[in-house]
Design a protein around this ligand. Structure first.
Ligand code: RRO
Length: 304
């Protein structure tokens, strides 16, 4: 019997559409193993670069009324140090996607090559962190620079290349089209929304970096709109990300055109059982509505 929740991104096969989003529980092999065992179809690591980075000073995270605001500043051990962590993950059936970043197209290409050498099933280019200068959203808002990054990465690896986009641009579809033109295999939308919090007592911004990225339920309508628009603009698969915390959110993203879904902040507000509750909920929805499989609902909101 075929699995109604099976989905595919280029040659990457997933047993269900849920993935661990980059940045949450993605530092160690053991934490990602737990996420896979709790039902995620794939995991994405914390973004990694060539050199280790300590990131910003504290406070790096603030809880707001409607989600989390973070400015971690890309802390990571450097890609090579991740080889050890992959020993656990390479034994499992679900793919590990490496989120990578760089300060130039050459950096991205070098990190991507190492990622694949140590076991990445795909790479996700982080061109969308809202608050690291000369990386992240600064490169992902420039279509020609983005194209050069994608081309150089594609020339180095055979595995699928996913491009994670920032919503902090005037027209996200222009960036998505540039990524497709340069050879990207998939788009992930969206990274966090640039935001801030101020403490009335100290009269100062709370985050040490002042600005951060907002994630969680507040950004779901923004992510949904981006996926809906990108679906009309490109022909490559879209991974929905932003504020997914239950099966209804997941179904909305599928209807908008996503073929897979990333979950991050909901783990902080619930726990890792969220992957199973989301997949169970999608299964029940398909049955209840008389759909055969995920393909029946991907992009369906465009046809009504
Ligand atoms: O590390 C971070 O501060 C961070 C990253 Br790399 C990102 O892509 N998005 C985000 O909200 N924070």
């Amino acid at each position: 019997m075929t699995n109604p929740l099976a989905t595919q991104i280029a040659d990457l096969k997933l047993s269900n559409p849920t993935m661990l989003a980059a940045g949450v529980l993605g530092y160690t092999g053991l934490s990602m193993k737990r996420v896979i065992e709790s039902g995620a179809g794939a995991v994405v690591t914390k973004s990694m670069g060539i050199e280790p980075r300590t990131g910003y000073g504290n406070p790096t995270v603030v809880q707001t009324d409607c989600g989390l605001l973070n400015a971690m500043g890309l802390p990571n051990p450097g890609i090579s140090h991740f080889e050890e962590e992959m020993k656990e993950l390479n034994k499992l059936n679900a793919p590990t996607i490496f989120s990578i970043y760089g300060f130039s197209p050459e950096d991205f290409a070098e990190v991507a090559k190492i990622a694949v050498e140590i076991g990445a099933a795909a790479v996700e280019l982080n061109v969308s962190c809202p608050h690291v200068k000369k990386a992240g959203a600064q490169v992902g808002s420039d279509p020609s620079l983005l194209m050069e990054i994608v081309k150089q990465v594609k020339s180095q690896i055979e595995k699928p290349v996913i491009v994670k986009l920032t919503p902090n641009v005037t027209d996200i579809t222009e960036i998505a089209k540039a990524a497709q033109k340069a050879g990207a295999d998939a788009i992930c939308a969206i990274n966090t929304v640039k935001a801030m919090a101020i403490d009335p007592e100290t009269c100062k911004p709370i985050l040490a970096n002042k600005y951060g990225g907002l994630s969680g339920t507040a950004i779901k309508p923004i992510g949904l709109r981006c996926v809906y628009d990108i679906y009309n603009a490109v022909d490559i698969p879209i991974i929905g990300c932003g504020g997914i915390s239950n099966w209804q959110d997941a179904v909305e993203y599928l209807l908008a055109g996503a073929c897979a879904l990333q979950i991050g902040t909901a783990i902080a507000f619930q726990d890792i059982t969220v992957f199973k509750s989301v997949t169970d909920g999608i299964t029940n929805y398909l049955e209840h509505k008389g759909f055969n499989n995920l393909k029946d609902i991907i992009g369906l909101a465009h046809k009504t």
